[in-house]
Design a protein around this ligand. Structure first.
Ligand SMILES: [Zn+2]
Length: 466
């Protein structure tokens, strides 16, 4: 078994920092040895990595990505191959992507289809959630089979009528079914029925620019849907995870539910922490680059989200990575904002942007690791295999230089998309080395991974539940 020794670094975990060396044996971490003055231990290994002055982190876990996802007649631009490679460049070593049930098809056939897309193509490990868009007796029964197959989180939509939208009754049935097995329902919480009326009104009035995407999806309708989802989950006694929470109104509903002890969790995404509706309002159709749902909010929501991250009302930061190229894809919505494919690229920059938050004093260092790796691992049944630097865990390790400066740009990123939502943004910190199960994937500006190294992760249940 080949061994790697990472020396001189500061190990950062959710619980603290430790000056320690890390020995990797094969795919696993074999030992974490604290360095102390006067204590001399000699270890040897096949490969030595000097991490002096660097952080040694558990690899990032992005539990919300959409690789090669069909949407509105097109498909998100990153494949599992290109998307997982870009993730590794940015220090993410696990993704959990969404298998998407089309209406009239079975969940298990959907799962097979997504395995076929991902298997043999990923640079890092991956799992799946299941999007349930057709609730009936067959699919409800199939949810149990999905859980057996290591997919135990089911996403539903209160938005997108006619596509993914589920009625309150359908949501209740799926929640009841999930609750019987302890599975989690994930919710896209926006009131899609009301939004569709506002969209029709805007178009009828000739308001067609990208900014209308934000104006027709007001934060109140995210707050309302979040509250409704929480109530339905309470009635069904089902654990609920609100995806891509963007608005203060929704955060207040989550905080209130958590205060009463309900199993309600939520994630936000870097775009809601760093970008705003001002970006959607950029002229000459450039705002289309920032069209995602829920939409970017007025700037004053950002402070609430950072606070929610600190206080754990927001437990996870994922990306909702769903890239569409500006040319030919976003352009489908010129003259009609409702036809702009919904989604933004981000899988490569989550760790860096959150570290920028650390550098700016908005997030404690250990909390960075917690929201980006440890909590996602626990929330989605991967801990302690993933999400921690400890003996016995997978050697998914990131060596991070907290002093390096970098400028984010489409010219230098590795995602298969022709623009960066953060073009020109200068930040402090960057990944030096990424290991996935003991294998060096990124090292000092070079990709050394291989397509198909990543394996499917059958996940357990949410570990925050009793
Ligand atoms: Zn999504």
């Amino acid at each position: 078994m080949s061994t790697t020794l990472i020396t001189g670094g500061t190990v950062v975990t959710a619980s603290g920092t430790l000056d320690a060396d890390v020995l990797v044996e094969g795919e696993k971490i074999a030992m974490v040895l604290a360095r102390r003055p006067g204590l001399e231990v000699t270890m040897t290994a096949d490969r030595l990595i000097d991490a002096t002055g660097k952080y040694v982190l558990p690899g990032g876990i992005d539990v919300h990505t959409h690789m090669e996802m069909p949407f509105g007649g097109t498909s998100s631009a990153d494949t599992f191959e290109t998307g997982t490679r870009a993730a590794a460049w940015g220090g993410t070593t696990t993704i959990v992507d969404f298998a998407v049930q089309a209406k009239g098809t079975s969940l298990l056939a959907t799962l097979d289809k997504w395995h076929a897309k991902a298997d043999g193509n990923c640079a890092i490990d991956y799992g799946f959630h299941m999007i349930v868009s057709d609730v009936n007796d067959t699919t409800l029964k199939e949810m149990d089979a999905c859980i057996e197959a290591g997919v135990n989180s089911f996403k539903m939509f209160m938005a997108y009528p006619g596509v993914f939208y589920a009625t309150d009754g359908e949501i209740l049935l799926a929640m009841q079914q999930a609750a019987r097995s302890g599975a989690t329902v994930m919710m896209h919480a926006e009131n899609g029925i009301a939004i569709d009326q506002l969209v029709a009104q805007a178009l009828a009035a000739g308001r067609t620019d990208p900014v209308e995407h934000g104006l027709t999806r007001p934060p109140e309708l995210e707050g309302e849907a979040t509250s409704r989802a929480i109530t339905l989950a309470q009635v069904a006694n089902c654990p609920l995870y609100i995806v891509h929470l963007s608005a203060r109104h929704a955060l207040e509903a989550v905080a209130q539910a958590r205060d009463t002890g309900q199993n309600v969790f939520a994630e936000t995404c870097p775009q809601y922490l760093f970008l705003s509706i001002d970006d959607l309002a950029r002229p000459d159709f450039e705002g289309a680059k920032f069209v995602a749902s829920p939409p970017l909010r007025p700037k004053d929501h950002q402070d609430s989200l950072w606070r929610g991250l600190r206080t754990n009302d927001l437990s996870v930061v994922s990306t909702d990575h769903c890239p569409f190229c500006f040319k030919d894809q976003k352009e489908l919505g010129r003259g009609d904002f409702s036809k702009i494919p919904n989604g933004m690229p981000g899988v490569e920059h989550r760790m860096d942007l959150l570290h920028a938050g650390v550098a700016a004093g908005r997030l404690p260092l250990t909390r960075w690791v917690e929201v980006a790796s440890t909590t996602p691992a626990r929330m989605f049944g991967l801990y302690p295999r993933k999400g921690v630097i400890a003996a016995g865990s997978d050697a998914d390790i990131v060596i991070y230089d907290p002093q390096a400066r970098q400028t984010l740009s489409a010219a230098t990123h590795h995602m298969n998309v022709d623009y960066s939502a953060y073009e020109g943004l200068e930040i402090t910190g960057r990944v030096v080395t990424t290991l996935s199960r003991g294998r060096v994937v990124i090292d000092d500006g070079t990709y050394q991974g291989s397509t198909g190294h990543g394996t499917f992760l059958a996940r357990g249940l949410n570990q925050y539940l009793l």
